[in-house]
Ligand binder design. Structure first.
Ligand code: COA
Length: 680
């Protein structure tokens, strides 16, 4: 069965770098995919590109050789268009030539089956106009991927005038099943991201052309201002200077001189050379350059939101996920202060004879910064889905998320039209735990109390899920870590896809689970397995999680809605039966069902006859000793208490744990180096 059982076969037309990358991602996520080009040789070349990228991934230990082989075996190169008759979704990724794309779409009309979704990866043409080349424009949509599509998670999902909303929804969900981060754009030239990215490039070229600074200075200034690895000139050299000219020609034609290609860009393309990017760097010009680049982006981002091309949230997510900017345009405007951002934009619009965007003017007048939707609410079929919307931070829970969840949850509870509430995460993860940066910042500033207040508030929210008279379901697709598992455990039911994984990494970063992880886990799987999970940080698959009763069900992505609807119909769970113990986990459960956890750290245990126990002992040996001890005690003591008392007990050690050296060591080392715990 494919990860999404309504999509049996996918296809990509155009086996160049972009097309083969899209096909690679589809195959990586378990789908069979046709890679189509005009002749067998070109199609085979596309497969070769994938093979090389995978080999590179094997060398960098991202894939095991057998996994890379399995991915490649799912890619089927062909030059026979008729093969597309079996495809459920086709992505056109041929060269950016309108007539060529139109010809492809009219061929698709002849060969594709009636329900097939036809997507175009165009970056500069209108989806509506391309759709007009087919007999079924309602099934044509834009799916705009970013280079490299197997690595860059962003995809713009674009509805043309005639696109059927149901088709858009299916395609959106397929992107989620592929682990992508979709954002919704209307069918306007350049969609969301290229619309502001191109003027960012052309403003850099104008700064050069005016003799304000050289390419090296501009690149370095841009890197600093936007928190990126490559400046505009180096980036154009890598992606191809003619591509920038092509985009400027299309967008300039659609939106006027601000977007048009500067003469210098034209002459650079004519020279056939990349931009010369060596030279001395004048740091004294950084602020000026940063402000100019930011101003162009501020104007365009606000204008595109005014026009309804995209939302404030999607514009910022597009910048962060697609371009890897540290901050999106609206967050950056907040950082500038909206009054100052408006000042800069006003001079800019005067210079270009453009209107000042309303969204910026009104927000600046309100004297409040732009706010972001960190929790999205969608109500369908009387079920409210609350989606945590920080995909680029793997939906890590911070104070904003808690506040937004509180509000969205109480609205859903109060809404008589809502019969069930679902908690979900946007993008590839469910929730990667509590926000580590918040912890580190507060330890550094000596404000551990703030961590305690945050944790208590989050615990109260989770308690309100549990005691809610309406059924509350966790919809877990992707990783659930630490606070993510704890949030799910407070829901009445946990329904996951095969891509979900579960783990408690806390003791490995010097702390213990503080959102009920030492209490609710025990009540779900029993003391032995709770200790095994919490103390070792072992990652378990959705299938294993269901087998031990940590979660309620694993269903293919496409069946999630039906499974959730059934869970809502079944109502809230009041009294949960503890642990179904499968034979596979009996030994480990028995082994961990003891209180002398210190003994587990004995050297002898790491060579225990049972390999799973030996592994567990090795893992515990690498954890922070104080965190392990407190977590084990909490599990032991909490089981005999009413849940509410157990939760209070868990809170009572927070200040102690966050004051340890090991907590700071573990939290601040994350992603940088392995922590060295001293037991202090
Ligand atoms: N808190 C804050 N930020 C987090 C986070 C968390 N719990 N988990 C992930 N992120 C952020 C990362 O810092 C990164 O941000 P950046 O792009 O600004 O650097 C972003 O999310 C993407 O994460 P990344 O590490 O690049 O993704 P990955 O798929 O390679 O790795 C993890 C994912 C989960 C292995 C790794 O992010 C991790 O270990 N996170 C912490 C998990 C944890 O310990 N949770 C328990 C907290 S109580």
């Amino acid at each position: 069965m494919t990860p999404d059982s309504s999509f049996h076969l996918l296809a990509v037309i155009g086996a160049g770098n972009m097309g083969s990358g899209i096909a690679q991602k589809m195959a990586t996520e378990g789908f069979r995919v046709l890679l189509v080009d005009v002749d067998d040789e070109k199609a085979a070349r596309g497969r070769k590109i994938i093979e090389q990228t995978l080999a590179d991934g094997v060398q960098r230990k991202i894939f095991r050789p057998d996994a890379a082989g399995a991915i490649l075996s799912r890619v089927m190169p062909t030059s026979r268009f008729e093969d597309l008759g079996a495809a459920d979704l086709v992505v056109e990724a041929v060269f950016e030539d309108f007539d060529l794309k139109k010809r492809v779409f009219s061929r698709l009309d002849e060969v594709c089956k009636p329900g097939a979704i036809l997507g175009t990866n165009t970056s500069s043409y209108s989806v509506t106009e391309l759709a007009a080349a087919t007999r079924w424009p309602e099934r044509v949509i834009g799916l705009h991927y970013f280079y490299h599509p197997a690595k860059n998670r962003l995809v713009e999902v674009v509805g043309g005038k005639a696109s059927d909303p149901a088709v858009l929804r299916r395609a959106w969900r397929l992107q989620e099943a592929l682990g992508k981060t979709p954002i919704a754009s209307s069918d306007a030239y350049g969609f969301i991201v290229n619309r502001f990215f191109l003027p960012w490039l052309t403003e850099a070229i104008r700064i050069l052309d005016e003799g304000v600074a050289g390419t090296a200075t501009i690149d370095e200034a841009a890197k600093k201002a936007f928190g990126i690895g490559m400046g505009p000139f180096e980036l154009m050299n890598v992606t191809g200077v003619p591509i920038a000219l092509h985009a400027a020609t299309t967008l300039g034609g659609a939106f006027g001189p601000l977007y048009a290609a500067p003469a210098l860009l034209r002459s650079q393309v004519e020279s056939g050379e990349p931009w010369p990017i060596d030279g001395t760097v004048d740091t004294g010009l950084f602020t000026l350059i940063g402000d100019r680049l930011a101003t162009a982006v501020f104007y365009v981002a606000a204008a595109l939101v005014d026009e309804g091309v995209g939302t404030i949230d999607d514009t910022d997510i597009g910048a962060r996920v697609g371009l890897r900017w540290r901050r999106g345009p609206f967050e950056l405007m907040n950082a500038y202060g909206l009054e100052r951002a408006l000042d800069l934009v006003q001079s800019f619009t005067t210079q270009w004879q453009l209107p000042v965007p309303r969204v910026l003017e009104e927000q600046a007048r309100s004297s409040r910064p732009f706010t972001f939707t960190v929790v999205r609410t969608d109500v369908a079929n009387s079920i409210a889905t609350l989606t945590i919307n920080r995909p680029d931070k793997l939906n890590a829970i911070n104070g904003d998320v808690i506040a937004a969840l509180e509000e969205a949850f109480s609205q859903a509870v109060a809404n008589p039209a809502v019969t069930g509430i679902v908690i979900a995460g946007a993008g590839k993860a469910f929730i990667a735990g509590a926000d580590i940066r918040f912890f580190v910042k507060n330890i550094e500033s000596g404000e551990i109390d703030r961590i305690a207040v945050f944790t208590e508030r989050a615990q109260n929210l989770l308690r309100s899920f549990e005691t809610c008279p309406k059924p509350v379901i966790a919809r877990v697709h992707g990783m659930a870590l630490g606070g993510g598992v704890e949030l799910a455990l407070a829901c009445h039911r946990i329904i996951a896809t095969p891509k979900a994984t579960f783990a408690f990494p806390e003791t490995g970063i010097g702390i213990y689970p503080g959102l009920g992880g030492t209490q609710r886990t025990t009540r779900r799987v029993g003391k032995g397995l709770a200790k095994w999970l919490v103390l070792t940080g072992e990652t378990i698959s959705a299938t294993d999680a269901a087998a031990i009763g940590l979660i309620d069900a694993v269903v293919p992505y496409e069946e999630l809605d039906a499974a959730i609807a059934a869970a809502v119909a079944a109502g809230p769970v009041v009294d949960r039966e503890a642990g179904r113990m499968p034979a596979s986990h009996q030994a480990i459960a028995e082994y961990f069902d003891r209180s002398d956890i210190a003994a587990l750290r004995e050297p002898g245990e790491t060579t225990h006859d049972d390999p799973r126990i030996a592994k567990a002992a090795t893992r515990i040996g690498a954890k922070a000793p104080i965190a392990v001890r407190i977590a084990a005690d909490l599990i032991d003591q909490g089981l005999d208490l009413p849940l509410a008392d157990g939760l209070r007990l868990e809170l009572s050690h927070l200040r102690e744990i966050f004051s340890t050296k090991d907590a700071y060591e573990g939290l601040s080392s994350l992603g940088k180096k392995p922590p060295v715990f001293t037991g202090t």
